[in-house]
Design a protein. Structure first.
Length: 270
């Protein structure tokens, strides 16, 4: 996919993740109406931000994969940001075949070219498993893509974390082939960012010259640096990117205004 850019300003990307939408409106996760919080996040971005050039979604769009959940996602995104393209990778709660039947083909590309930038979309899911892995085919695709686009500034996206984030209970689900992945990224020399979802919290670290990042969920938030499952009281949110042609990248995390969501903060899992 090649998207037009405005050369007179930075390219803007809205990153959202882990919506966990249900097959029916009003479904909840640990007491939170996930559709309501998703709409709150979109409305916050709509009011606060300039119009994005792309909406980037890193999985767990559905809490349990269904055609209806994906249709509801598309409805709300297209209502808030008409004519803005969105692209997705699957999460462990998603099903690729159902996503493909519910979304337009343009929403599921492998590559997105934005001027001097290239976004590479990888599938880290294993059917019926919580943990992630990049298969040999995915790693070969990444290696070939990086070799073919040495002139681009690159963002690599997936659902699962390729590095430990400090939460023991969720780090057991990180990408099993992370060592080879990180070696390929480091060798390329032009990967600026590795971006994922899954961990329901903001995260940033730097390995070599590469920035590794995750973003808040649009629903419940996991408490950082927790050994066991624990919820954070921070609000749902998103990440905003601005990319310049010379390879500069600005990013920030934004959260919606305080809400009195009836979340079960004492829960030990779901």
């Amino acid at each position: 996919m090649i998207l037009p850019i405005n050369a007179e300003r930075p390219t803007r990307i809205l990153h959202i993740t882990d919506c966990h939408l249900g097959a029916e409106s009003g479904e909840t996760l640990l007491g939170l109406n996930v559709e309501a919080s998703f709409v709150d996040v979109l409305e916050h971005a709509l009011v606060r931000e300039e119009s994005p050039d792309l909406i980037l979604v890193t999985g767990d769009i559905a809490g349990h994969a269904s055609h209806e959940a994906y249709q509801r996602f598309s409805y709300h995104v297209e209502k808030a940001f008409p004519n803005i393209p969105y692209v997705c990778v699957p999460g462990n709660h998603d099903t690729k075949d159902i996503m493909a039947s519910a979304f337009p083909e343009a929403a599921l590309p492998r590559l997105v070219e934005l001027g001097d930038w290239l976004i590479v979309l990888l599938d880290s899911t294993i059917p019926n498993c919580e943990h992630g892995n990049l298969s040999e085919a995915e790693l070969n695709f990444l290696q070939q893509t990086l070799a073919a686009h040495k002139e681009k500034h690159i963002i690599v996206c997936m659902h699962h974390q390729p590095v430990a984030v400090g939460c023991d209970w969720i780090d057991q689900y990180q990408v099993a082939s992370a060592d080879r992945f990180k070696a390929l990224v480091a060798e390329a020399g032009n990967v600026q960012v590795v971006l994922w979802g899954h961990i329901h919290q903001a995260f940033e670290s730097v390995l070599g010259d590469v920035r590794y990042m995750a973003s808040p969920s649009t629903c419940i938030q996991f408490k950082p640096n927790s050994s066991d499952f624990a919820l954070d009281r921070k609000m749902p949110g998103y990440r905003w990117f601005e990319l310049t042609a010379d390879g500069q990248l600005g990013t920030r995390v934004e959260r919606i205004n305080e809400r009195n969501y009836p979340i079960d903060y004492s829960s030990n899992g779901y």
